[in-house]
Design a protein around this ligand. Structure first.
Ligand code: FAD
Length: 293
């Protein structure tokens, strides 16, 4: 690694606070929690106290995380929206930027700009049964809405999490499942491949629908995860007569500017960074599954 590619840069290399959506601002890593193999959650705090106080996000939104000399990656905010004192980002070390973030330590500085994008439709969920259906790291952008629901539990009907991962070791946030259940959130877990200790369900996430009887008249489905999983989740939800307008998807697309300029994340007529990432199935149906549209 040379001077240019080293992720360890000093605060002075980040621009000072100016509020521009294109300008990454320095934030310090205050905690790192390993969640699973090659996935960790980074807690970030803006160096500028005023900015930290002013910063608010809605569940489902994302930030652009930046390392000088390496690049930027879109990362969902995975922490509690009512606890803006730290911003959680659960990151899979997948490519250039995320692997470089994986080499950082507590006290190191990252550039952050955001929040960007659309959010899960909080108001439309009031009075509804909410099915949160997700696989792998797809739980990260849904965790803020789980916290939100816990804070205002009386506003929602039945709340059910259907979550799966490849193996038990790949499941995220397992230490929180108990508190979610204590807040009257049903948690159904499945894995593709069990290990010798696993006593739970084995199979893919959409199969978890088979055990449930849902009321399509008052159900909203929120889903995020691998596209193939999302496709089958939509299929299962539609088969149970959940309206298209009540199935919400968080879409991932290659992202660069995050403000609707560059067109990298175009999906049909939408830019995922602006109109998305959260869109209803009614909005995306014509383009869903169409390659390189
Ligand atoms: C709205 C939104 C929210 C997101 N939220 C999260 C989140 O919460 N957590 C998270 O971890 N990710 C999230 N992502 C995904 C993340 O932005 C991408 O994975 C991003 O590309 C990572 O940047 P990178 O530079 O580390 O990877 P890149 O270098 O862009 O690599 C991305 C992918 O390409 C593959 N790749 C890289 N180089 C090669 C190569 N030479 N040959 C073959 N394949 C290669 C990598 O294996 C990886 O799968 C989100 C994306 C969007 C759009």
């Amino acid at each position: 690694m040379n001077e240019l590619t080293s992720p360890r840069r000093t605060r002075a290399e980040f621009p000072r606070l100016n509020g521009g959506a294109l300008l990454p601002l320095p934030a310090t890593i205050t905690a790192i929690k390993e969640e699973a193999y090659a996935i960790s959650t980074y807690s970030l705090v803006f160096d500028e106290a005023v900015l930290q106080q002013q910063y608010h996000f809605r569940p489902g939104q994302f930030n652009m995380l930046y390392l000088p000399g390496i690049g930027e990656a879109a990362i969902s905010i995975s922490s509690d929206p009512d606890r803006p004192d730290h911003l959680g980002h659960t990151i899979r070390f997948a490519g250039n930027v995320t692997r470089a973030i994986g080499r950082l330590k507590v006290g190191d500085v990252i550039g952050l700009r955001g929040p960007f994008g659309s959010a899960w439709p909080l108001r439309r969920l009031h009075g509804q049964d909410v099915y949160i259906v997700t696989g792998g790291i797809g739980l990260a952008p849904l965790r803020p809405i789980i916290y939100h629901i816990m804070h205002q539990r009386a506003e929602f009907g039945r709340v059910v999490l259907l979550y799966g991962a490849r193996t038990p070791a790949d499941l995220l946030y397992t230490d929180e499942f108990e508190s979610w259940q204590e807040n009257n959130i049903q948690v159904h877990i499945t894995v593709d491949r069990a290990d010798e200790h696993w006593r739970g369900q084995v199979g893919v996430v959409p199969m978890l629908f088979y055990h449930l009887r849902l009321d399509p008249g008052k159900t909203t489905v929120l889903t995020c995860g691998p596209e193939i999983m999302i496709r089958f989740v939509i299929y299962e939800a539609l088969a149970r007569r959940v309206p298209k307008e009540r199935i919400y998807i968080s879409m991932e697309r290659n992202m660069k500017c995050a403000v609707g300029f560059c067109g990298h994340c175009q999906f049909g007529p939408s830019f995922i960074c602006k109109e998305g990432p959260v869109l209803s199935y009614a909005q995306v149906e014509p383009f869903f599954g169409v390659e390189d549209y």
